[in-house]
Design a protein around this ligand. Sequence first.
Ligand code: HEM
Length: 167
Amino acid sequence: MADRFRRALAILALVLLSSQEARAEQELRFKPVPRQKPVRLFTETELARYNGQEEGQPIYIAVKGVVFDVTSGKEFYGKGASYNALVGKDSTRGIAKMSLDPADLTHDTTGLTTEELQSLDETFNNVYKAKYPIVGYTAQRILNEDGSPNSDFRPEDQPHFNIKEEF
Ligand code: HEM
């Protein structure tokens, strides 16, 4: 009798132990991956689609490689508006120099003066980051020239950072 009891106890202990193991394994398997904000990478061709020419489509501009949704500023950036030339591309240089010259509508900041770089940062922070949601980044921001990931890249930390569900 005592033998049977002992055997039953051993089986019970085994069952309990294995169910604990199974739970631990499950917890391990379903351990949540830390949530990372998704980042959308825009190619020049993709960005060019959002140039404000099509009624009802979002309008995007890139400044310093950060892509902003400026659709709410349609009166500035929409078709025929004063600053339409800036959108659908990275217009960093134009923003820095307050220039709409097509030659300045590029991400290239080579040779800009300290004042122009300062003005660029002011407009970047006080206009674009303050007013418009970020929808992604251009390759210049995320990748190095050789195509390898840029380890200095940090997604801009702003509460309304989001990815548009377009597809
Ligand atoms: C005669 C020349 C210009 C005048 C009188 C002018 C005037 C203005 C005014 C009044 C605003 C503010 C609009 C508002 O917040 O309601 C503005 C915004 C702006 N201007 Fe100009 N501007 C001129 C030239 C330029 C040029 C050449 C550029 C080239 C990059 C430029 C780029 C911008 C940008 C990026 C904004 C911010 C738009 C936004 O809030 O999204 N401006 N301008």
